[in-house]
Every structure is written in structure tokens, then in C-alpha cells.
Design a protein around this ligand. Structure first.
Ligand code: 13P
Length: 254
């Protein structure tokens, strides 16, 4: 099964507007270096989605880093999938470990956010992953399974086909310690097998599973060589345009 690789940059709460636009322009200027057959996605702070969608013929898809479970209403500070869907925003990251940890987003809420995205035609990039203690206690499969069951397994196969998954072990995020390609492949295969038992093999084989956690231009090729690693969700290394381009190229074996 050929799945189009997806290289996604999660900028988190970084960059000024000037820096964001410089990055976007620079990526456009280097478009000849970007390989065919690799999808590029950027999740900037939501304030920058509008100027970044104005770029002519962009080489990237845009994603929000979060969205509300509600469509409209008295929810100060929130942005909804209904609002995102009117713009050129195709994806929203849902359930990032920083949202789970610092903003106390739990399984029930995340399932509702997934539903809100799908209702408005936004593809959720749903994040799962264990923390260090869970890994050390060999509870990482159980943890990820729990996150999948509560966040996604109410979806129909047709809905699931619009979901992207991201395995992001918390111990690998921003630490410089990436999962080995064996660890990544083992978990990705486990996730796909679990998906298959819920929505069938055909759908499970279509769903892209990204790896995230200290991905950089030096380790991305090894990760992308794993049969069940369909791309990456890149944090720190996605802030530097030349490093991001190298990661994108490595997804095509360049
Ligand atoms: P780093 O690549 O900085 O480890 O961050 C990963 C991440 O959280 C992407 O969503």
C-alpha cells in the first residue's frame, strides 16, 4: 500500500509574524528542491494562518495546532473547526501531549474535538504517545491503545480514513532523544494492527501514521525507512527552513 508521506512542522508558540512570512517565502523560493510525492504541512500559531494562506500557490498545507470542540458561541479565546474550514486550513493537530499535559485535555474532550474537525471537513492529526514512566514500566502499548480507543474508536471506517495519526512518545519531545527506528516501527505496526481490528485492514492501510519527537535532518531518513512510518511531526527542527527542507527531501529518499 502506497501512502503519500507527510512531513509536518509544528511550530508551537514560536516565531514572530515577520519570521513566519520569511520562512514561507524562503520555502517557496526553494520549491525546486522539494520532491514530488511528499506532502508538506505547517502548523503555525493560528494568528499566522491567514497571512500564510495568502501566499500564492503555496507548497505547504496549513494546519491549526488545536481547535474547539464547539462550532460557535461564548467560548472566549477559542477558535473552531467551522472557522478554520472557511480558510485554506486542511488539518488540525488534536491531542498533542502539550495540550493533554498543560491544558488538561482528556480523552472525552479530544474525541469531541475530532468530531468537530470531521464535521467541518478538517482532517485531525491525532497525537498519541506514552511518557517515560509508562515506557519504563512497559505500559506504552496499553497507554497508546487507551488513547486510540477513547479518542478515535467511535469513528466509522469512512471517518477514520480522514484521520492522520501521530505517535509522539513524550520522552522524545524536545529532548533530543528520538525513538530508535525499531521502537518507532514497533509502535506504528501495533497502532496499524489495532486500527485494522476496528475499522478493517483496507482503511488501516490508508491511514498515515507520523512519528514525532526530536526528528531532525540527521535521523529522519532512518525513521522514514520504516514500513509503517508515513512521515513526521517535527517540532524544533521545523523552525529552520533549510533543516526542514532536508527532512522533506529525506522522505523521498533524497
Ligand atoms: P520536537 O521535534 O521539538 O521534539 O517536537 C516534537 C513535537 O512535539 C511535534 O509535535
Amino acid at each position: 500500500m502506497m501512502r503519500t508521506k507527510l512531513v509536518a512542522g509544528n511550530w508551537k508558540m514560536n516565531k514572530t509574524l515577520t519570521e513566519a512570512m520569511e520562512f514561507a517565502v524562503s520555502l517557496q523560493e526553494h520549491r525546486d528542491e522539494l520532491p514530488d510525492g511528499v506532502e508538506v504541512m505547517i502548523a503555525p500559531p493560528s494568528l499566522y494562518l491567514v497571512p500564510m494562506e495568502m501566499v500564492k500557490d503555496p507548497v505547504y498545507e496549513l494546519a491549526a495546532q488545536n481547535c474547539s470542540q464547539h462550532s460557535f458561541g461564548a467560548f472566549t479565546g477559542e477558535i473552531s473547526a467551522a472557522m478554520l474550514s472557511e480558510m485554506r486550513v486542511r488539518y488540525a493537530i488534536i491531542g498533542h501531549s502539550e495540550r493533554r499535559q498543560y491544558f488538561h485535555e482528556g480523552d472525552t474532550l479530544l474525541a469531541r474535538k475530532v468530531d468537530a474537525c470531521l464535521l467541518h471537513g478538517i482532517k485531525p492529526v491525532f497525537c498519541v504517545g506514552e511518557n517515560l514512566e509508562e515506557r519504563q514500566e512497559k505500559r506504552h502499548f496499553i497507554t497508546v491503545l487507551h488513547q486510540l480507543e477513547h479518542g478515535l474508536y467511535h469513528l466509522s471506517p469512512a471517518q477514520m480514513a480522514d484521520v492522520v495519526l501521530a505517535y509522539e512518545p513524550v520522552w522524545a519531545i524536545g529532548t533530543g532523544v528520538t525513538a530508535s527506528s525499531d521502537q518507532a516501527q514497533e509502535m506504528h505496526a501495533f497502532v496499524r494492527q489495532s486500527l485494522a481490528s476496528h475499522v478493517g485492514e483496507a482503511t488501516a492501510n490508508r491511514v498515515r501514521i507520523l512519528y514525532g519527537g526530536s526528528v531532525n535532518a540527521s535521523n529522519s531518513a532512518d525513521l522514514f525507512a520504516c514500513p509503517d512510518v508515513d512521515g513526521a511531526l517535527v517540532g524544533g527542527a521545523s523552525l529552520k527552513v533549510h533543516e526542514f527542507i532536508r527532512i522533506i527531501r529525506s522522505a523521498a529518499g533524497l
